[in-house]
Design a protein around this ligand. Structure first.
Ligand code: UD1
Ligand code: CA
Length: 454
């Protein structure tokens, strides 16, 4: 049986933010959400982690559904031992409690599994690392046989102890029964006047309880965030690691250092992503998709063979096979491109279907529109979908041709094969194969005398 306790009561003064620290983000996701998402799958089905909240607790709790976490409040921050003690009531006696930190977001599941595997009914395990510069951390004290006997905090350590490079990451797994016995016995008679969780290690050693240790594969897994500099550094570590994994899985990132993914990306073979691309939310890229430089792709799916040219933004769109988007295109939520459609430069599409092989190549706004297949929309065409109060639909039938600089005033329906003369303002329904032309007739005044300067 496993229980999880996540400490998240701190304010994070050095972030200089009104938000509680654990709600700051890495890769667009709150720090605490990273920890909950990583750790929760280790729990037996139907159980949830206990989160110790304090500063900004409403803000923290609002970030989670009630079936995701159990929140307990620590009203005063009296130390890590006191924080864990607030959760004890929620924990089953016969379980092992895995203690995590809301501001140590990148811990990996494999590492936690390995740590928990080293515990037993009478055995606890501490996650440690060796740091060339261990300043500020609690040091691991071991006896001559190499057994852990205590953790001493930097502020309480003597000079010899400060030379120890093995530090306490803070993450540990301890039988609940032992926590329930030892936490109420902690004293705050130390340099910081706090109830140290780390003091249970000396108690365990004294009681003949075995103390194991495990190490993470990567140093960034156990790095905490206290200020913006550390937040930015950990963001880079996360992005670098993620990019390396994508490369290993066959995604071609022209420059992995100039690629960011804040969400979940799935992809098929031979996808190529140029520099400075940002992926957000849930994105799927089909076989052979190419993304040009400086694009943002958010919550969208792009099918095989589609090509996105430079400086395009695709948000909430479904793009079918072999489409071309951009350069400088913007697909907004609800955009659906059917096979081989083309959206060109300075074209905005919103909540519209662009039919198979249809083209909107230049400088247009297409909103609330259902467009059939084989349509050609000339440069500067606008669907006037909004009367200032309500939105209306435009329908454009198969194989229609919309002349440049036309305004299609919705609601309006153009039947298949409609031709619209350039510069028309269209307000009335057409029948199949009509030519619709709605513009002032041209007048030519012969021998016109231009004004002269007075
Ligand atoms: C702690 C460890 C230290 C370890 C270091 C790793 C103790 C006594 N020391 O020190 O050995 O090397 O972490 O980073 O455990 N928190 C609460 N309530 C409290 C106190 C803390 O929720 O009353 C939370 C904080 O918000 C923070 C975490 O627990 O997320 C760690 O607390 P912090 O005071 O930063 O511990 P350190 O002094 O860094
Ligand atoms: Ca700390």
């Amino acid at each position: 049986m496993l229980e999880i306790v996540i400490l998240a009561a701190g304010k994070g003064t050095r972030m200089r933010s009104s938000k509680p620290k654990v709600m700051q983000t890495i890769a667009g996701k709150p720090l605490l959400r990273h920890v909950v998402d990583t750790a929760s799958p280790l729990l037996p089905a139907g159980t949830k982690p206990t989160v110790v909240v304090g500063f900004g607790k409403e803000h923290v709790m609002a970030g989670f559904d009630t079936d995701e976490i159990v929140a307990v409040e620590q009203t005063e921050q009296l130390g890590t031992g006191h924080a864990v003690a607030q959760a004890l009531d929620k924990l089953q006696d016969d379980a092992v409690a895995l203690i995590l930190y809301g501001d140590v977001p990148l811990i990996r599941q494999q590492t936690l599994q390995a740590l928990v595997a080293k515990t037993g009914a009478n055995t606890l395990a501490v996650l440690t690392v060796n740091l060339p510069n261990p300043k500020g951390y609690g040091r691991m004290l071991r006896n001559d046989s190499g057994d852990i006997i205590a953790i001493v905090e930097e502020k309480d350590a003597d000079e010899q102890q400060r030379n120890i490079n093995e530090i306490n990451t803070g993450i540990m797994a301890v039988p609940v029964r032992l926590l329930k016995k030892w936490l109420p016995e902690l004293s705050c008679d130390n340099a910081q006047g706090e109830y140290y969780l780390t003091d249970i290690i000396a108690k365990a050693s004294g009681a003949g309880v075995s103390i194991n240790s495990a190490q993470p594969e990567f140093a960034w897994e156990v790095e905490g965030i206290n200020d913006r500099r550390q937040q930015a550094a950990l963001e880079r570590a996360y992005q670098r690691h993620q990019a390396e994994q994508f490369l290993a899985d066959g995604l071609m990132l022209v420059d992995p250092a100039r690629f960011d993914c804040r969400g979940e990306l799935s992809f098929e073979q031979d996808v190529e992503i140029d520099i400075n691309v940002l992926i957000e939310g849930q994105v799927h890229l089909g076989e052979g998709v190419r993304i040009g430089p400086n694009c943002i792709i958010r919550n969208s799916s792009l099918a095989a063979g589609t090509c996105v040219e430079a400086n395009s933004i695709i948000d909430g769109a479904q793009v079918s096979e072999n489409c071309t988007v951009g350069p400088y295109a913007r697909l907004r939520p609800g955009s659906v491109l059917q096979k081989s459609a083309k959206i060109g430069n300075f074209v905005e599409v919103k909540k519209s279907v662009i039919g198979m092989g249809s083209k909107v190549n230049h400088l247009s706004y297409i909103g609330d529109c259902t467009m059939g297949s084989g349509v050609n929309v000339g440069a500067g065409t606008i669907t006037c979908n909004y009367d200032g109060v309500n939105k209306f639909q435009t329908e454009i039938g198969d194989n229609s041709f919309i002349g440049s600089n036309s305004a299609l005033v919705a609601p309006v329906t153009l039947a298949s094969g409609t031709t619209v003369g350039a510069g028309s303002t269209i307000t009335r329904t057409t029948a199949s194969d009509d030519l619709a032309i709605a513009r002032a007739k041209q007048r030519n005044i012969t021998g016109w005398q231009r004004p002269t300067k007075k």
